[in-house]
Design a protein. Sequence first.
Length: 132
Amino acid sequence: MALYSEKVMEHFRHPRNVGSIENADAIGEVGNGKCGDIMRMYLKIDDDKVSDVKFETFGCGSAIASSSMVTEMIKGKPLKEVVKLTNKAVTEALDGLPTHKLHCSVLAEEAIHAAIQDYCSKNNIDYGVYKK
Ligand code: FES
């Protein structure tokens, strides 16, 4: 069996929503100390929905594929739904990742949550309201 699924390879070769957003409403940046990879998510938020999302990832192919997939998963979605996003959902959407690459999808989950936390702190919103 191939190490990486077709979906992982496809998102790695043709990542969606690459880049940055000028005047983003929220930015989430996370890194993994062990591998040194860094992921940054930019969100535009309108009416408590993600109206646009872009990413910059300095990292491995699985991190790029996870970033790309997560942007597709959250675009247009309400923040209440986005805060429930897990790395498991990202991994499943990619038809799996090798065990030693699961942390790449964790980075995607963390980057999204960090961005929403950034949005909350900039707008004086209690992060908990989206968790209900
Ligand atoms: Fe660290 Fe992929 S190897 S994010």
